[in-house]
Design a protein around this ligand. Structure first.
Ligand code: UDP
Length: 489
């Protein structure tokens, strides 16, 4: 009970405060969540900072026009005062691995401004939904007497495996970096190289942040996930049993209907004219085009870029859309030649692509992806099989889910984790032949390819149904809103 009194609350659905992690891939699903909640009658306050607000301006403008009751609030993030480069307000603006820890520590500087803002807000907030990495919101919620749910951006498979690996730390401790580790407590035997699974959770400097994140999850009143019951049921069941938490899978959030219909890019503004793109796609047969894109953070070395291009030339006859974010001048002349050689068959998008729109187009039949969870789930939602090429963090586990559990993808070559350009080897890790071979396996792979496509289609159907009235994600959203309401009264 707050000083605002509860009688007013009962007359309206809860007012949610959404606190996304400052990263492109985390803001995108949270914006969709904001719209789902607002569509269901809630008022939503969405917390950003100036740099992040500027990035999501196109979608914020669309929301303003639609009249949904969502307010975007910009809190000042004092990056420069903490030794971070000025304007370093997003994970994807971190240019060196050394800045990761100071960035995550600096996030808690938003706690006091947020508390102040919320204490004066009308209508008063009823519930905070914060990205699991924003553990600092626990103290804000506590001091204002608000319930708090956490939002997990990654797959339940990743979250559960991380939990299990932490509990069985000895398993990984005995292995060398390149030794396989068997992931415990899964319905089937799944193994990975130690360096792929534990590198990101095993660094001593992460221990404090990671402990705080876990404590904030333990004290939260519920867990919201961008996945759906039918996609990873056994994993959700085990996660619920192990943690005792109430979990609401409410995705795939990319299937939010206005977003699908708008044909707009998610996150930033598109670097390609939509009409041009759709016109090009229209000339291609159903399921014939492969999309190649590696998310908002990953970059390829120049030699790797050339190998990808060679692979696409090798996969003769397969039309493709390749999203290129690397800007290095050294590659420019090679790129020109490549574009010329593959004219008509290939479309290059330099910069930001309307990825979910492309995936949902009937002409698109395959997706070479870094296995970021949003991208993976967007492919699942579109019923499109994948060529998997993870780079860091949860992506290796998402690849396992796609390839071994769901069997809707094939891996490309053997890869080790990289993240920042300064950590990346200049050597291409994957050869053009491997790129071409994996693309052909998915796009024209006979029985194997057809089976994969059939399974991917089936999951796409389930994904669509789950977001409709009566579907599990739709019902979970309602339950989550009820709990927010009850908790606060
Ligand atoms: N995305 C996009 N256009 C691009 C690159 C990415 O729309 O050119 C979107 C993509 O559809 C997804 C998100 O950005 O929704 C990327 O999130 P993901 O979890 O896949 O990867 P991350 O960027 O966090 O590594």
């Amino acid at each position: 009970e707050t000083s605002n009194g509860s009688s007013r609350h009962k007359q309206r659905p809860p007012h949610f405060v959404l606190v996304p992690l400052m990263a492109q891939g985390h803001m995108i699903p949270m914006v969709d969540l904001a719209r789902l909640l607002a569509d269901a009658g809630s008022t939503v306050t969405f917390i950003t900072t100036p740099v992040n607000a500027a990035r999501i301006r196109p979608v914020a403008d669309r929301i303003r026009l639609s009249g949904l009751p969502i307010t975007f609030v910009e809190l000042r993030f004092p990056a420069a005062e903490t030794g971070l480069p000025d304007g370093c307000e997003s994970v994807d603006l971190i240019t060196s691995a050394d800045l990761f820890k100071p960035f995550f520590e600096a996030l808690s500087l938003l706690a006091d401004p947020l508390k102040l803002y919320l204490s004066e807000l009308t209508p008063p907030p009823d519930c905070i939904i914060a990205d699991s990495m924003n553990c600092w919101t626990a103290s804000v919620a506590r001091s204002l007497g608000l319930p708090r749910f956490i939002f997990h951006g990654p797959s339940c498979f990743f979250i559960f495996c991380s939990l299990m690996l932490r509990q069985h730390k000895s398993l990984a401790a005995v292995a060398g970096d390149l030794d396989p580790v068997v992931l415990p407590d899964l319905p089937q035997r799944i193994e990975m190289l130690k360096v792929q699974v534990v590198r990101w959770m095993d660094r001593p400097e992460w221990e404090k942040i990671s402990q705080e994140v876990r404590a904030a999850e333990a004290s939260a009143q519920g867990v919201v996930m961008n996945t759906f019951e039918e996609l990873e049921p056994w994993c959700l069941e085990r996660f619920r049993k192990t943690t005792g938490k109430t979990v609401w899978p409410i995705g795939p959030l990319s299937l939010y209907k206005e977003e699908v219909e708008s044909k707009a890019a998610r996150g930033k503004a598109s670097s390609i004219d939509t009409e041009l793109l759709l016109g090009w796609l229209k000339t291609k047969p159903a399921d014939s085009v492969v999309l190649i894109s590696f998310g908002s953070l990953s970059r390829n070395s120049l030699s790797q870029l050339v190998e990808i291009g060679r692979g696409l030339e090798e996969a003769a006859g397969v039309p493709f859309i390749w999203v290129v974010k690397e800007t290095a001048a050294e590659a420019a002349s090679w790129m020109e030649g490549f574009e010329e050689r593959t004219k008509g068959r290939g479309l290059l998008i330099r910069g930001w692509a309307p990825q979910a729109v492309i995936l949902a187009h009937p002409a698109v039949g395959g997706f070479m992806t870094h296995c970021g969870w949003n991208s993976t789930l967007e492919a699942v939602a579109a019923g499109v099989p994948m060529v998997t090429w993870p780079r860091f963090g949860d992506q290796f586990l998402n690849e396992k889910l796609v390839v071994e559990v769901l069997q809707i993808g094939v891996p490309v070559g053997a890869r080790l984790p990289t993240l920042f350009v300064d950590e990346m080897s200049q050597e291409a890790q994957v050869k053009g032949e491997q790129v071409g071979e994996a693309v052909v396996r998915v796009m024209a792979g006979g029985m194997e390819g057809e089976e994969m496509r059939r399974r991917a289609r089936g999951l796409g159907e389930k994904a669509r149904r789950t977001m409709e009235e009566g579907g599990s994600s739709c019902e979970n959203l309602k339950r989550m809103m009820e709990v927010a309401d009850l908790q606060h009264h």
